[in-house]
Write a protein that binds this ligand. Structure first.
Ligand SMILES: [Zn+2]
Length: 203
């Protein structure tokens, strides 16, 4: 199974053809997954009914549904993503899932956020401003996969975060710098965006 591959001629034949959900398009070694596809057992498969589109230059395969070209982040786009993991002390991996109107992409896109694009103040680790599990609103800095992100620009930042001690939502308390967990009292800092989801009311 592992060494199985789709012959180039078959891929060329599949290009622009109608495919169905779970149809095998190629192996992950041949093309990177783009929009409208998912990876299972080493194969890139269609996630939707549409036409297969192989980008030979960038080595990305997508399935474009009837609506036309796949929506894709590009330079200057505002996107929503979830912080997945710490890659290095200064970089986190982000799964980009929606555009600026919070419309979900068919698939998801890989993004990277470097500490220099996340914080104006000097920090030892990027985890001082974002943490895995955070949902961020970010600006896309380049036009190709994987996308470089920025949350320092106006309007960008963390829009939802959970307490890293107990998992409950972290609340923004008007007038306070830190976010507060109303369940356990934990306080954590984030680079918060305008319109942060959880805001403590009253007082
Ligand atoms: Zn907590």
């Amino acid at each position: 199974m592992g060494s199985e591959k789709k012959p180039v001629e078959e891929i060329q034949e599949l290009h622009r053809q109608l495919v169905l959900p779970s149809d095998r398009l190629c192996t992950v070694e041949e093309f990177m997954p783009g929009e409208g596809v998912y990876v299972h057992g080493g194969w890139v498969r269609s996630a939707t009914v549409g036409r297969a589109f192989f980008d030979w230059k960038q080595r990305i395969v997508s399935v474009i549904n009837a609506a036309g070209k796949p929506r894709m982040p590009k330079r200057g786009s505002t996107v929503y993503g979830v912080v997945v993991s710490l890659i290095r002390e200064d970089i986190v991996l982000v799964k980009i899932f929606a555009d600026e109107k919070q419309r979900r992409y068919n698939g998801s896109y890989t993004g990277f956020l470097h500490v220099s694009q996340a914080s104006d103040r000097p920090v030892k680790s990027i985890l001082e401003v974002v943490k895995p599990g955070d949902v961020i609103r970010a600006k896309v800095l380049n036009s190709k996969h994987p996308f470089q992100l920025n949350i320092k620009l106006a309007g960008m930042g963390v829009v939802a975060a959970l307490c890293s001690r107990c998992g409950a939502p972290l609340y923004r308390v008007p007038g306070q710098q830190h976010l507060v967990c109303l369940r356990c009292g934990n306080k954590e800092y984030r680079k918060v965006a305008p319109g942060y989801l959880y805001v403590k009311k009253g007082r």
